[in-house]
Design a protein around this ligand. Structure first.
Ligand SMILES: Cc1cc2nc3c(=O)[nH]c(=O)nc-3n(C[C@H](O)[C@H](O)[C@H](O)COP(=O)(O)OP(=O)(O)OC[C@H]3O[C@@H](n4cnc5c(N)ncnc54)[C@H](O)[C@@H]3O)c2cc1C
Length: 407
């Protein structure tokens, strides 16, 4: 039976799919394979995880979460999903600094692409990583920790350095978040007060179709001590879905009701499993200070964008030092597009967006639909690291050759 990604827009071309249940089995498979790629939970929208050769799914490795209270970390298997990890941590009174919008995504897969939530002071999920345990090309088990010279190259690594079998993440004491939603933020206010809006809460998201003279929704996820300010938008009087016309039953509790971090930071409930992906996604990162120009560039293309768009989300992410990260060295605004599931209509619009944003040096989300990725500033360091860990490019694939290996 053919195997697809979550969205169903990619059928994996792997000759063999392995589902090892021990690290030793992973080592054996890698050592014996000529070419190999790793599959997380398959939530990427492009061929980043694909290969014509051997594909290793790490979903079957035992989760084995281990807390190190002294170091303030938890170590888990790479295939563990954020939802499971969050539930485990919360029961221990612990938390992560942030979460993405879907709890079903694997930790190693999310980290490998620089997956993020929102929050001006919050780095991507990869910035919580304090150590990675990798099975490298010869089947060796290698551990890299923050502070090692190569560490910053080994976290957002697109699966090109080896199989991440263990990830150590920084944890903090559990905390409470309240979620307030506002509708119809005047578009002009977004431009005029962008800096204030971007920093108005622990985590801020805006949802828009770019179509009118208001932004559809402003979602504020407030930490203790923060007060909601809608900047002239109207407080929602009912539970909201990011697409206002959709029922909000799947959404996390709103209306300012305090709740644990993992039941407020994701927009959707942990127990809600979207059955299939009737969508495609793209996302572009530009400097947070260039956000207003970026909004204008998208709006100039609204005649192309809106007909193929379900919804856009605007988020902010703090800069990091991870070599291939789309938020490397730059506090960023992330412009996300949930498209209709029609690649033939969506791809030309993505190309037009890339061209329109080009003066702002956009960086794509590695796991979503894009055509062009600017050369990462630390690419040479990353390729040197790859040459040391994987001199024969066992872990490469067409995606990696296209976007990061071409000098
Ligand atoms: C509904 C939905 C919501 C999303 N929400 C967000 C969001 O809020 N924020 C955001 O930034 N992104 C979001 N994404 C994108 C998603 O987080 C990324 O595509 C992420 O990389 C998917 O993780 P995965 O485990 O499915 O990885 P896969 O898609 O399976 O793989 C992605 C990459 O990770 C590598 N990889 C996976 N596991 C390992 C491993 N164990 N060792 C080494 N390499 C590995 C693969 O080789 C590949 O290169 C969303 C996607 C969907 C479908």
């Amino acid at each position: 039976m053919s195997m697809t990604n979550w969205a169903g827009n990619l059928t994996f071309g792997a000759a063999r799919v392995h589902r090892p249940s021990t690290v030793d089995a992973v080592r054996e498979i890698v050592a014996g394979a000529e070419r190999v790629r790793v599959l997380g939970s398959g939530h990427s929208f492009n061929d980043i995880a694909d290969t014509p050769s051997d594909l290793v799914s790490v979903a079957g490795l035992p989760a084995e979460p281990r807390i190190d209270a002294t170091a303030g970390t938890v170590t888990v298997a790479g295939g563990v999903r954020y939802g499971e990890l969050a539930t485990f941590l919360d029961a221990e009174g612990l938390a992560l600094h942030n979460l993405g919008s879907l709890p079903h995504i694997s930790v190693a897969g999310a980290v490998a692409t620089g997956t993020h939530g929102s929050g001006a002071a919050l780095g991507s999920l990869a910035t919580a990583v304090a150590g990675v345990e990798l099975v490298t090309a010869g089947g060796e088990l290698v551990r890299l920790e923050r502070g090692d010279p190569d560490f910053a190259g080994s976290v957002v690594a697109l699966g090109a350095l080896g199989v991440v079998v263990g990830v150590t993440l920084e944890v903090r004491q559990s905390y409470t978040i309240r979620q307030h939603i506002f509708e119809h933020l005047p578009r002009k206010v977004l431009d005029a007060r962008w800096d204030e809006i971007a920093t108005a809460a622990y985590s801020v998201s805006l949802f828009t179709t770019w179509a009118g003279d208001t932004v559809d929704q402003l979602w504020l996820k407030l930490a203790d001590g923060e007060e909601p300010d809608g900047f002239g938008a109207v407080p929602a009087t009912r539970p909201m879905h990011p697409i206002a016309a959709m029922p909000a039953v799947s959404c996390t509790e709103q209306g300012g009701v305090p709740g644990p971090w993992h039941r407020r930071l994701p927009h959707f409930k942990l127990e809600f499993t979207p059955s299939s992906g009737e969508e495609l996604q793209s996302e572009f990162f530009v400097a947070r200070q260039d956000a207003v120009e970026a909004f204008a560039a998208v709006e100039r293309l609204r005649h192309l964008v809106t007909p193929v768009l379900q919804i856009s989300e605007i988020r902010v992410v703090a800069a990091d030092d991870l070599w291939l990260s789309p938020t490397y060295g730059r506090d960023s605004v992330a412009l996300h597009f949930t498209w209709i599931k029609d690649a033939a209509r969506v791809e030309p619009v993505v190309a037009a967006l890339e061209e329109a944003l080009a003066p702002l040096s956009p960086r794509p989300h590695w796991g979503k639909v894009f055509h062009h990725a600017a050369r990462p500033s630390r690419l040479a360091d990353f390729l040197a690291l790859r040459d040391r860990l994987d001199p024969d490019r066992k872990f490469s694939n067409a995606f990696v050759e296209r976007h990061v290996a071409a000098e």
